[in-house]
Write a protein that binds this ligand. Structure first.
Ligand SMILES: NC(=O)c1ccc[n+]([C@@H]2O[C@H](COP(=O)([O-])OP(=O)(O)OC[C@H]3O[C@@H](n4cnc5c(N)ncnc54)[C@H](OP(=O)(O)O)[C@@H]3O)[C@@H](O)[C@H]2O)c1
Length: 278
C-alpha cells in the first residue's frame, strides 16, 4: 500500500528534534503532499516558518483548523508537556482524528484518559536515525485501531525507517534496544577510536578510518543475505590476526556487559513511565 493512495492530513503537535526527523522523512518520501502536513508548537513561530520555507509544509496555531479533518495527529511534545497539550486540544478533537504519540513512557490508557476521548491511539518509539531514514520504530496500537488505518500508519513510519509492532509492554525493551541504541553504539565506537589511537596512529586518522569502517560494515550487513556471525566467520582465518583479536575479545563477557546496559535502560524506562502516571 502507498500512503499516496490516500489524501491525508497529518498534524504534528510539537515540531522539535524528533518530530522534525519524522516529518522531513515523510516529505522526502514524497508519499504525501507537503502542504497536507501541518505543524504547530508552543510558541516558536520562527521554527515553523523555516520548516515551511524548507519543506513546503503548512503551519498554524489555530487548533480548530488543525484538527478539523485531520487523519493522523502526532503528539510530539516532551512527556511533561502532554497535560498542557491535552488541555489545549481537547475542545477541538473530532472523530476523524487518530493519534500517534511519540512521547516516551506515556501509556495509551493515560493519553486516552487525559484527552477524554475514545479515538484510536498508537504509540511509537522511534530513534534519531530517523534523520537518515533508518529509524527502527517500535509501535503499539490501541485495540480500536482498524486494520486499514494500522496499515496506513505502518506505511507512514516506513517513510523514515522500519516498523516493529510489539505489545505495548514491550515498548520499554524497544526503548532500550533501539531507542537508546544509537547512543550505546556511539559509546562503543568511541572506545574503539580511543583504543585505536593508543596504537600510535594519529587520532584524526583513526577517527576517519573507523567512521568509514562503521559505514562499510553497516552496508555489508544491509546488502548481504548472510547473518552477522557468518559475515564474521568469513573473514576469520584460523590462526590469523582476526582470530587472535577475537580470542582476546572472548576473554571478556561482552554479552553480559550489554545485558547490564539494556536492563538498566529498561528499568529506567519503567520508572519514568510510572513517575509520569502519578
Ligand atoms: N530525541 C529522541 O531521540 C527521541 C526518541 C524517541 C522518542 N522521543 C520523544 O519525542 C518527544 C519530543 O522530543 P524532542 O527531542 O523532539 O523534544 P523538543 O525538541 O524539545 O521538541 C518539543 C516540541 O514540543 C513543543 N511543545 C511544547 N509544549 C507544547 C504545547 N503545549 N503545544 C504544542 N507544542 C508544544 C515545543 O514547542 P516550542 O519549541 O515552541 O517550545 C517543541 O516544538 C519526547 O516526548 C520524547 O520522549 C525522542
Amino acid at each position: 500500500m502507498e500512503v499516496s493512495d490516500f489524501i491525508m492530513k497529518i498534524v504534528f503537535y510539537g515540531s522539535g528534534n524528533m518530530a522534525n526527523a519524522i516529518f522531513t522523512g515523510i516529505v522526502n518520501s514524497k508519499s504525501i503532499e507537503p502542504e497536507n502536513i501541518y505543524l504547530t508548537n508552543k510558541s516558536n513561530q520562527e521554527a515553523l516558518e523555516s520548516y515551511h520555507e524548507a519543506l513546503g509544509v503548512s503551519y498554524s496555531y489555530d487548533d480548530e483548523e488543525l484538527l478539523k479533518d485531520a487523519d493522523y495527529v502526532f503528539l510530539s511534545t516532551k512527556p511533561y508537556d502532554f497535560l498542557k497539550l491535552a488541555e489545549r486540544i481537547k475542545p477541538f478533537i473530532t472523530s476523524d482524528n487518530k493519534f500517534i504519540s511519540i512521547m516516551a513512557g506515556l501509556p495509551i490508557s493515560y493519553i486516552r484518559d487525559n484527552l477524554q476521548v475514545d479515538n484510536p491511539i498508537a504509540r511509537i518509539m522511534p530513534n534519531t536515525n530517523a534523520h537518515v531514514g533508518h529509524s527502527v520504530t517500535g509501535i503499539s496500537f490501541s485495540t480500536n485501531f482498524d486494520p486499514n488505518s494500522k496499515q496506513e500508519v505502518l506505511t507512514l513510519i516506513e517513510a523514515f525507517g522500519t516498523a516493529l509492532e510489539v505489545k505495548e509492554d514491550h515498548l520499554h525493551q524497544v526503548t532500550a534496544i533501539t531507542g537508546s541504541g544509537p547512543a550505546f553504539l556511539y559509546h562503543v565506537f568511541e572506545q574503539y577510536v580511543n583504543a585505536g589511537t593508543k596504537l600510535g596512529i594519529e587520532q584524526s586518522q583513526v577517527e576517519e578510518s573507523i567512521k568509514e569502517l562503521i559505514i562499510g560494515t553497516g552496508k555489508m550487513i544491509e546488502r548481504s543475505d548472510l547473518k552477522m556471525d557468518q559475515l564474521r566467520k568469513n573473514i576469520t582465518s584460523k590462526g590469523g590476526t582476526t582470530q587472535a583479536g577475537l580470542n582476546a575479545l572472548s576473554n571478556h563477557d561482552i554479552e553480559a556487559i550489554f545485558l547490564d546496559c539494556l536492563n538498566a535502560a529498561v528499568k529506567r524506562s519503567i520508572e519514568l513511565a510510572e513517575a509520569d502516571e502519578d
